[in-house]
Design a protein around this ligand. Structure first.
Ligand code: GLN
Length: 192
């Protein structure tokens, strides 16, 4: 299991994934992934939250964008927050020249809920995780305003899609690594 390690909350995802792996008794190692070669060694990859413009720029600089596109053909990929922005095919309020991987048939709005000070936490209804509500941590969060093709909404909040899946690609507008609830990481592990 790898966490793309160019920028963002890499450590938090590594800790959350290690806990989920151990809870489920799975035989996976979890590590940060910095180079195209390292992507070849993992069976699933998380693209963390952070700053999507920076993640996009640094990924291109280190040749990770092409490696990610290649890897996503065969392995589960989970983008959270800035990682979700990076996965979408279309975007609104994007920075000039900001590139995305275009793997999700979805249109994202960056900073859809306002600025940093408008960040919030709320209880989400996510049917694939069961009846118990899930703590959604939204930090200068994006949201998906439209999905099409094979991309399906798994959770809506405030009139937007905030969790979506397209085959082996999962994307959340919120930060599952910042809660103690590991159900979403466990759901992702189930996609391997
Ligand atoms: N708004 C940020 C961006 O577009 C994402 C914020 C986050 O990942 N917490 O990069």
């Amino acid at each position: 299991m790898g966490v793309l390690d160019v920028q963002g909350d890499v450590t938090e995802h590594i800790v959350a994934l290690k806990r989920a792996v151990s809870d489920l008794g799975l035989p996976y190692d979890v590590c940060g992934v910095k180079t195209p070669k390292e992507i070849g060694n993992v069976s699933a990859l998380v693209i963390p939250g952070g700053e999507s413009t920076t993640i996009s720029m640094l990924s291109a600089r280190y040749g990770m964008d092409a490696a990610l596109l290649d890897a996503a053909k065969g392995m589960p990929v989970f983008g959270t927050c800035a990682g979700l922005v990076f996965l979408c095919k279309e975007g609104a309020k994007m920075k000039n020249g900001q590139k995305t991987l275009g793997l999700l048939d979805a249109r994202v709005v960056r900073n859809a809920f306002g600025r940093q000070r408008d960040s919030f936490e709320t209880q989400l209804n996510i049917p694939v995780l069961g009846n118990e509500k899930y703590p959604g941590v939204f930090i200068r969060a994006p949201a998906i305003e439209k999905v099409w093709g094979r991309c399906k909404s798994l959770c809506r909040y405030g009139g937007h899609v905030v969790l979506a899946r397209q085959d082996n690609i999962l994307a959340s507008a919120f930060h599952p690594e910042l809660t103690q609830d590991r159900r979403l990481h466990e759901y992702f592990l189930g996609m391997i």
